[in-house]
Ligand binder design. Structure first.
Ligand code: GLU
Ligand code: ZN
Length: 484
């Protein structure tokens, strides 16, 4: 029987999860779901100065919000826990000791200054910099001398001569010559484990079969494989690696704070829907096989294979993400749209959450659904419905105060004051008759000033519907106050 596929998402949350992390999580999730396997969520928090409880809590919440549910990990538990590395320190210590006993690792007593001086010499003579193996075979006398000096050793893994060769599922055959992979530290002098030890021990103990992760970790793979082997894994038992292509910013360098927005928290605050973020990130390095760009999570799961992941870097394109987000917003039912919009309106205090306000919002949403690309835009779009008086920005104030605008607005007041039925259709025909036929204006010049007077802005939901929603009394009062 083929072994069950087990993938893992193993972030070190030293801040909010970023685009790269989530793309990795999404691919691990999609692969596990596609194959009927398991997704393990492991928090790599051995550096407790940089990985805080708060960041961990936010990472967990972010994955939940995105709908990337895991089968083993924080909150859900599992057979191979705990899933926080900070709770597994004794396991890493035990394995480091085993490696020492088996001769796979050794104690290294070199001080930071000594290592630095030797590295300097390597550089000066054009040798590859890296640990030179000095402590590989110390005599008992040398060891006693170091201990007498009060030195505390680190534990170093011995890299045998030769090379590490493996088939990356995305990049094909990869070879690392060991002369460029020096003996590396597994455990610091204070007994704390390094990343390479913890990550590899956990992959083995958690029975991970497939590692999909960012390309930046490719160079650590030979060290990781070395640890797997020291733990007794045979070549055909090693997990398979799939290193995902870099995500680049607009300037074609790796996406970072400098050339784009990276924090998923920012996308959430802007009003990108989780299904839009997942849909878009899925396209960063993967494609469903045709030109299709709008896919559901269900389709992603059905179609996701590693063969369709590309090895060349993917460019992050905000315009495309916005287009997808707009599509997802338009696909919402009005009830869903309302549920998603309300938090934005509450946060910006556009509404207090009263029943009557929510009814107004519900009526207004259909007229803006076609017009927004980020949920946050509901705030400026709908605010005019809930204020007593509109406030103008400088540009709108100047426009509404022009003599021509005053004339348009006065004419509109006359035309509308006699309307008995206050519907958008009636409003529209009255205004067209008075302003376009009567004054001979182009629609833009006719409706622009009315729009600003009523909503406070030249960007608003469709004008006639907006006036209907606002009601006759309030619409007329705003028009009148604009010409006073
Ligand atoms: N914890 C590592 C990181 O966040 C990733 C480990 C891995 O995926 O192998 O960079
Ligand atoms: Zn040493």
């Amino acid at each position: 029987m083929a072994r069950e596929i087990r993938t893992r998402f193993a972030p070190s949350p030293t801040g909010d999860l970023h685009v790269g992390n989530i793309r990795t999580a999404l691919f691990d999730w999609a692969y596990a779901r596609h194959t009927g396997g398991k997704l393990i969520f492991r928090i790599e928090d051995t550096d407790r100065e940089r990985v805080t409880d708060e960041y961990i809590a936010r990472a967990i919440e972010t994955l939940k919000w995105l709908g990337l549910e895991w089968d083993e990990g924080p909150e859900v538990g599992g057979e191979f826990g705990p899933y926080l590395q900070s709770q597994r320190l004794d396991i890493y210590t035990k394995w480091a000791k085993t490696f020492l006993e088996n001769g796979d690792a050794y104690n290294c007593y070199c001080s930071t200054e000594e290592l630095e001086a030797r590295r300097e010499a390597q550089r000066a003579s054009n040798q590859a910099p890296g640990y030179d193996g000095k402590c590989r075979s110390l005599t008992p006398e040398e060891v006693s001398k170091f201990l007498a000096e009060g030195r505390k050793p680190v534990i170093r893994m011995r890299m045998p001569d030769g090379e590490t060769r493996f088939t990356d599922l995305i990049r094909g055959e990869v070879v690392f010559e060991h002369k460029y992979v020096p003996d590396f530290v597994l455990m610091r002098a204070d007994g704390s484990p390094l990343y390479t030890l913890a990550v590899a021990v956990d992959d083995v103990l958690m029975k991970v079969t497939h590692i999909l992760r960012g390309e930046d970790l490719l160079s650590s793979t030979p060290r990781q494989i070395r640890v797997y082997q020291a733990m007794g894994l045979a070549t055909d038992e090693l997990p398979a690696f799939a290193h995902l292509p870099f995500v680049m910013g607009t300037d074609n360098t790796k996406l970072s704070k400098r050339n784009g927005e990276v924090s998923i928290a920012w996308y959430r605050e802007e009003g990108f829907l989780p299904e839009a973020i997942c849909n878009y990130l899925a396209l960063l390095g993967w494609s469903p096989g045709d030109d299709k760009e709008n896919i559901t999570m269900k389709e992603l799961v059905e179609l996701f294979t590693i063969e369709r992941v590309n090895s060349s870097p993917a460019r992050f394109d905000m315009k495309k993400l916005e287009a997808i987000n707009g599509d997802k917003i338009r696909a919402l039912t009005i009830d869903e749209f309302l549920t998603r919009a309300l938090p934005f309106l509450l946060k910006e205090q556009v509404v207090k959450g009263e029943e009557s306000e929510i009814e107004v919002v519900r009526k207004a949403l259909p007229i803006i659904q076609e017009r927004i690309a980020r949920m946050k835009e509901v705030v400026p779009m709908l605010r005019f419905l809930f204020v007593n008086e509109v406030t103008f920005d400088d540009e709108s104030a100047a426009k509404v105060n022009e003599a021509d605008s005053k004339k348009v607005i006065s004419t509109a007041i006359e035309a509308l004051s006699g309307l008995s039925l206050w519907s958008h259709g009636e409003i529209e025909s009255a205004l067209r008759k008075a302003l376009i036929e009567g004054l001979g204006l182009k629609p833009r010049n006719a409706f622009g000033p009315v729009r600003i007077a009523v909503t406070g802005s030249h960007i608003s939901p469709p004008l006639f519907e907006s006036m209907e929603l606002l009601g006759k009394e309030r619409s007329m009062a705003r028009l009148e106050s604009a010409v006073r």
